[in-house]
Design a protein around this ligand. Structure first.
Ligand code: URP
Ligand code: ZN
Ligand code: ZN
Length: 464
C-alpha cells in the first residue's frame, strides 16, 4: 500500500462521524481514512494534525468576484478572493456568470472563465444568470450540455438590467424540471421595495437616518412575499428552486412549510445573517455593512440557526461581494448609492465555527454538513467534493479547536481594507489547507500558486 501524503493524528470529520484517524492521499484523491496508515506507507510525506480537527474543504457556493455592480467593480478578483478563501479553508467556490449588455449565456460563461483562468488558487464553477428570459430561454439546454447545472434569477436590480419577472421565473422553473437543473433566486419584492425607497428618499430623512434607511425600507415582508411567490411557481411547475441568501425568519417558516408539502425548494443563508443584526447601520461606518438583503433582527438570527439544525436551511455561504472603504464612500449620505455587498470568503469558516460550534449552536459534524457535504451534493459536485471519504478529491482544512486569531484587515488576504468582523477573536482559521492533495495554506499562510484552480463541470443539481 503506498500513499503520497498522510495526515496523521487528527480528529477527522467523516460522513460517519468524527473519528481519530489518519487520512491518506494518493495523487489528488483521498485514498484511505483509518488508524495506523502511516505505518503502511513509510515513504509518504506526513502532515501532523495532532490536536487539530481535519475537516472537508469548505464550499462557498455564493460568491461574486470582480463583479461590475452599483457603478463600480467589486474589489476581490480571482487572485485575492481565492487566496482569502484558502486561508479560511475554502477549497471550492461558485461564482455567478452574469451576462453583460446583450450577451448570451455562453458569452457570460466565457467572460467568467477569463476572470478565473490563470488566477484562481482553488477550484470553481459558475451559476449562469438568466437576465433576459426571451433571449436566454433557448440557451439554457446548451449551457447544461457545457457542464452548468445551476441557473440564477434576480427579482430585483432592474437598474442593473438583471431583473426577472414572474413569467421568466415560471418558464425557467419549467425548464429546470425538464432538464434536471436548478434555479437559484434572489427573492426581494421589487415594486413594494421601490415604493418604500421612493417614500424615504428625502433630504430630511437621509440626514436623520443615514444608512439606517437601508433597513427601514426593507422590512421582512419584502423578502417573505418574494419567497412566497417563488415557492408558488416552484410548486406549480415542479422545478427545483433554491432561495439564495435567505435572511428572515419568515422566509425560513415559508420554506419549512413548503418542504412539508414536498415542494422542491431549498434555501441557503449567509454567515452575516447568522451573526450581525441591523443595529450596525446606526454606527458611524454603518454604510459599510449594506448588502442585499440587509442583515435583520436578533430573532431572525436565532430562527436561521434553528433552520440549520432542523434542516430547512441547507447551506451557509457568504455572498462575498467586496467593496473597499473608498468604494463604499460613493454613497455620500444617500443609501441608495452604496455599493451593496461585503467581503466574506476568508471569515466564513472562522465565524461560523466560532459562533456555531464554540457557542453551542451546531455540532462540528453539523457545521461541516452545511459548509461542505450538503452544498456539494446540492450543487452537483458530490461525490468529488464535500466529504472526507476514499475516492473524493483531497480537499481538506486542518483547524485548531480553540486557537483564536484577531480579525485585522491588514493581515487578511482579501482586497478589502475592512472586515465586518474587525477585531473579533475567531477560531477556525485554517492552519493547513489542501486542494486536490496539494498544500495551499501552511501555518496559516498561503503557499499555493495562483492559476492552479480548475473549473468543475457539473451534470446534476438539487436533491433528486
Ligand atoms: O449585496 C449583495 N448581495 N451584493 C451582491 C449581489 C447579490 O444580490 O447577490
Ligand atoms: Zn442576491
Ligand atoms: Zn449574491
Amino acid at each position: 500500500m503506498s500513499f503520497d501524503k498522510i495526515i496523521t493524528g487528527g480528529q477527522v470529520v467523516t460522513p460517519a462521524g468524527t473519528i481519530d484517524a489518519d487520512v491518506a492521499i494518493r495523487g489528488e484523491k483521498i485514498a484511505a481514512v483509518g488508524e495506523g496508515l502511516a505505518a503502511m506507507s513509510p515513504d509518504a510525506a506526513t502532515i501532523d494534525a495532532s490536536g487539530h480537527y481535519v475537516i472537508p474543504g469548505v464550499l462557498d457556493v455564493h460568491v461574486h468576484l470582480e463583479l461590475p455592480f452599483c457603478g463600480t467593480t467589486s474589489a476581490d478578483d480571482y487572485r485575492t478572493g481565492t487566496r482569502a478563501g484558502a486561508r479560511g479553508g475554502v477549497t471550492t467556490l461558485i461564482d455567478f456568470a452574469i451576462p453583460y449588455d446583450g450577451d448570451s449565456l455562453g458569452q457570460a460563461a466565457d467572460n467568467w472563465h477569463k476572470k478565473a483562468e490563470g488566477k484562481s488558487l482553488i477550484d470553481y464553477t459558475f451559476h449562469i444568470c438568466v437576465t433576459r428570459w426571451d433571449e436566454h430561454k433557448d440557451q439554457i439546454a446548451g449551457m447544461v450540455e457545457r457542464g452548468f447545472s445551476t441557473f440564477k434569477e434576480f427579482m430585483i436590480y432592474e437598474s442593473e438590467g438583471w431583473q426577472s419577472d414572474d413569467r421568466a421565473m415560471f418558464g425557467t422553473l419549467e425548464t429546470m424540471r425538464e432538464l434536471g437543473s436548478m434555479l437559484l433566486v434572489h427573492a426581494e419584492s421589487s415594486r413594494v421595495l421601490d415604493e418604500l425607497i421612493a417614500r424615504h428618499h428625502t433630504p430630511e430623512l437621509m440626514a436623520k437616518y443615514g444608512a439606517q434607511l437601508h433597513a427601514i425600507t426593507r422590512p421582512n415582508f419584502i423578502e417573505a412575499e418574494a419567497i412566497e411567490r417563488a415557492i408558488h411557481w416552484c410548486e406549480v411547475t415542479g422545478g427545483q428552486l433554491y432561495i439564495v441568501h435567505m435572511s428572515t425568519g419568515e422566509g425560513a417558516d415559508l420554506v419549512r412549510a413548503a418542504q412539508a408539502r414536498d415542494v422542491p425548494v431549498l434555501a441557503e443563508t449567509c454567515v452575516q445573517y447568522l451573526c450581525l443584526d441591523d443595529s450596525v447601520f446606526a454606527r458611524d461606518d454603518g454604510h459599510l455593512y449594506a448588502c442585499c438583503p440587509q442583515v435583520k433582527k436578533p430573532a431572525d438570527i436565532e430562527r436561521l440557526w434553528n433552520g440549520l439544525r432542523d434542516g430547512e436551511v441547507c447551506a451557509i455561504s457568504t455572498d462575498t461581494c467586496t467593496f473597499t472603504r473608498e468604494q463604499k464612500a460613493m454613497w455620500e449620505g444617500d443609501w441608495t448609492k452604496i455599493p451593496m455587498g461585503m467581503p466574506g470568503l476568508e471569515t466564513l469558516l472562522p465565524v461560523s465555527y466560532t459562533k456555531g460550534v464554540l457557542e453551542g449552536r451546531l455540532s462540528l459534524d453539523q457545521l461541516c454538513r452545511k459548509l461542505s457535504t450538503d452544498p456539494a451534493r446540492i450543487m452537483g459536485l458530490a461525490p468529488r467534493k464535500g466529504a472526507i471519504t476514499p475516492g473524493a478529491d483531497a480537499d481538506l482544512a486542518i483547524i485548531h479547536p480553540t486557537k483564536t486569531i484577531k480579525v485585522d484587515p491588514n493581515t487578511l488576504e482579501t482586497n478589502a481594507d475592512w472586515s465586518p468582523y474587525n477585531g473579533w477573536e475567531l477560531a477556525g482559521f485554517s492552519r493547513t489547507t489542501l486542494s486536490r492533495g496539494e498544500v495551499i495554506v501552511d501555518d496559516y499562510k498561503v503557499v499555493g500558486a495562483e492559476g492552479r484552480g480548475q473549473w468543475l463541470p457539473r451534470k446534476s443539481a438539487g436533491l433528486a
